[in-house]
Design a protein around this ligand. Structure first.
Ligand SMILES: [Ca+2]
Length: 148
């Protein structure tokens, strides 16, 4: 419950900052009004997407050490992301604790924004490294999937 409230508040601030309309949430997964899909997964260095430093991807990446932002500037997001958003057109995305799509993971649905990864835990792969750990500063790779 605490996470939902924080997510709603953070989302409202983010949307307001972006000049968009704030829509009342009807559920936890719809708590944030997402920007239009652009086919990318986004990860930011800080919570609430509040830091310019970010990476975005169209395809899969088995190691977030080398990634690029929207200007094509090389970045390193390995074990550093604090907020993520799926702006893909059709797919969900698995976010993994380890490089090579290994370790515990969690699936980020299409259109979903997790503004504070301190409050989100890896919830898949119960026997894998990182299971049930907060995801902040732990994500190392991702894989687009058809469904969560
Ligand atoms: Ca971080």
């Amino acid at each position: 419950m605490r996470f939902m409230k924080k997510a709603v508040a953070a989302g409202a601030i983010l949307v307001a900052a972006m000049g968009g309309a704030v829509v009342s949430p009807t559920s936890a997964s719809a708590a944030v009004t997402a920007p239009p899909p652009d086919g990318h997964l986004y990860a930011w260095l800080d919570i609430n997407a509040g830091e310019y430093y970010h990476c975005r991807w169209v395809g899969n990446d088995d190691n977030w050490t080398n990634c690029t932002d929207w200007d094509g500037v090389a970045r390193n997001m390995h074990d550093r992301a604090s907020s993520v958003q799926n702006r893909g057109y059709t797919k969900e995305v698995n976010l993994y604790n380890d490089a090579g799509q290994r370790g515990a993971w969690r699936c980020l649905s299409r259109g979903e924004f997790w503004p504070d990864l301190r409050n989100v835990r890896f919830n898949r792969g119960s026997s894998e490294t990182g299971y049930n750990y907060p995801m902040e500063n732990r994500i190392s790779s991702h894989l687009w999937v058809s469904s969560c």
